[in-house]
Design a protein around this ligand. Structure first.
Ligand code: UFG
Length: 332
């Protein structure tokens, strides 16, 4: 089976490309390096000792997508490419709607033209908004608090409508919780160019003294230590979830929805302390005000993915913290 991985040089896409190649799939990557580095292509080849086709293109470019589909017999698409910064999406909603939605529409119409009928979408737990209870199940009500999240929700709806009309289409909506960690080779990981928005990359910048201090956004939430609680999942476990979803799509049509999380919640302070302990580093921090739009706690009920896909996250929080750090110190 040949899989087109859009955004395959990005953080989650690159780890998924590795696991696909390791599992014996043929891979074609398309990436425009908007938020990734060209050297990731060679790193994936080094890790897997396998070759694959790569296209530097924008997924909104219909002509370019058509060229890829005419040169490669694509059996399924895993769509990672997209803008993903929550704060930036509030400043630039037009860019977020255009890029994230256009790219999906282009891919879906080119897929139809070429008879490619399997689509895995990179969604997010952000589609649950502020959940009324925990852990979060797939049938919880959906809502969003920012344009980035709304692009994910809209795309989920668009895919659901298309799958209703096109009965031979198979779609998996994978709702990720908070991916952290890195490949054990330390060749792949998360390396934001600017000041990071997300917690783990920020902790890493402080642990390696590239930034002086971590701001913890609030310690007065209704959580065990007052800081925000999230379901951190190792990016390699997350990548493996995509393989399981693809296997499922071989035999099913319609829309399948899965939470990809561990089911365990850790606070900001848990993550800081674990990083300090396992990596023998110091992470100075100060408590500041809450970040607008943040929720107190968010963690998955991953039962559905376990029962229907046979997938569970295996790697614990210590391994996540170690792998994140190993990647960062080898790539400063
Ligand atoms: N936090 C800090 N200081 C920081 C950064 C984050 O205290 O410098 C806290 C946040 O307040 C939150 C926790 O760390 O309690 C995690 O924050 P992240 O920014 O790492 O992650 P979020 O849960 O806010 O958002 C992530 C993704 C979104 C996605 C969302 C879905 O970044 O893309 O999960 O659950 F939509």
């Amino acid at each position: 089976m040949r899989i087109l991985v859009t955004g395959g040089c990005g953080y989650i896409g690159s780890h998924t490309a590795v696991e696909l190649l390791n599992a014996g799939y043929e891979v074609v990557i398309v990436d425009n390096f908007y938020n990734s580095q060209p050297n990731v292509v060679d790193k994936i080849k080094t890790i897997t000792q396998k070759d694959f086709a790569f296209y530097e293109e924008d997924c909104c470019d219909e002509k370019a997508m058509r060229k890829i589909f005419s040169e490669q017999k694509i059996d399924a698409v895993i769509h990672f490419a997209g803008y993903k910064a929550v704060g930036e999406s509030v400043e630039k909603p037009l860019a977020y709607y255009r890029n994230n939605i256009d790219s999906t529409l282009v891919l879906l119409s080119v897929m139809k033209e070429f008879g490619c009928r399997k689509f895995v979408f990179s969604s997010s737990a952000t589609v649950y908004g502020d959940p009324a209870s925990l852990p979060i199940k797939e049938d919880f009500p959906l809502s969003t608090t920012n344009p980035y999240g709304t692009t994910k929700l809209f795309i989920e709806r668009i895919l659901t409508d298309i799958a209703y009309a096109e009965k031979d289409l198979s779609v998996a909506l994978l709702r990720y919780f908070n991916p952290i960690g890195a490949h054990e080779s330390a060749l792949l990981g998360e390396s934001p160019n600017d000041i990071p928005n997300n917690l783990m990359p920020y902790i890493m910048k402080v642990a390696t003294k590239q930034l002086p201090i971590l701001n913890i956004f609030g310690d007065d939430y209704d959580t065990p230590d007052g800081t925000g609680v999230r379901d951190y999942i190792h990016v390699v476990d997350l990548a493996l979830g995509h393989i399981k979803a693809l296997e499922k799509l071989e035999h099913e049509t319609g829309v399948l929805i899965y939470n990809l999380g561990t089911g365990k919640g850790y606070s900001v302070l848990d993550l800081v302390k674990t990083c300090e302990r396992v990596n023998h580093v110091e992470v100075p921090y100060q408590i500041v005000g809450r970040r607008p739009g943040d929720i107190a706690a968010c963690y998955a009920d991953p039962t559905k993915a376990k029962e229907e896909l046979g997938w569970t996250a295996e790697k614990g929080i210590e391994e996540m913290c170690r792998d994140s750090y190993n990647f960062v110190i080898k790539n400063i």
